[in-house]
Write a protein that binds this ligand. Sequence first.
Ligand code: GLV
Length: 306
Amino acid sequence: MTKPTILLTYPIHAEVIRKELAPRARVRIARSPAALRREIAHADGLITRVFDPVDEALLSRASRLKAVGNFAVGLDNIDLTACARRGIRVVNTPDVLTRATAELTLTLLLAAARRVPEGEALCRSGRFKGWQPDLLLGQQLQGRRAVLVGKGRIGTETARLFQALGLTITWITRKDSENTIRAKLARAQILSFHCPLTPDTRHWLNHSRLQCLPADAIVLNTTRGAVIDEKALISALKSHRIFAAGLDVFEREPRIPAALRRLPNVVLLPHLGSATAEAREAMARLVIRGVLAILGGKRPWNEVNP
Ligand code: GLV
């Protein structure tokens, strides 16, 4: 039997590719969008990263394609309906990155509450002149109220970590009316996003909802940048309408607006949610096994239903 051809937009994990994929498939790497457009015609399976668009334009060239594996849990880069229409099945990488992403959310919270970027910058600049009673006062977290948007795996795990710090948890769900949302926001000393990016969640946190938050609020985002109206957030941070933000994702990634980069009261990370050695290795295994399973006529547990 001839081996299937699996095209990757990036060599996601050299060792896992060598051990799990190379013995079972012809492995091709498309390192540019042009190479992807060229190579897709020969691919039985495709493995993509978070911002590789799998849309009509690409799929119309993919005459052999049977399986797409997204090396991510988020699926906003994939047109699932177009895939389903063409009988192309899709897997992603849930579960194995849950803990890593929740831990990164906690990292952002602690860093934002205790003004870690400002303290670090002071030390690195050589301007630290010694201990002072009022130097860079932050927030003690115990007993504060956290409001989470998105009660999936990552939201639930993040809530567990927040509870260990002594935070109280409130969820905002799809069923909440605008009045309920606003009432919850008014009490949100920490507001953390864990929902997928969909047409309903795009700019969920807009200027008007930002106005509901208390002045000591910290906004955290480890899902997709576009769930927050970035311009509105920048102006709320600039005017100290809220205390701080911790952002791992941006609206037009990898572009981070200069106005955001200049602000002292924001922690900025380059989309590191699942970036632990453990999570990335497990993601590579899961996505490769999922694509191979589909090509072998099986139904992997991480297959996505459109
Ligand atoms: C990363 O952003 C992911 O969706 O896994």
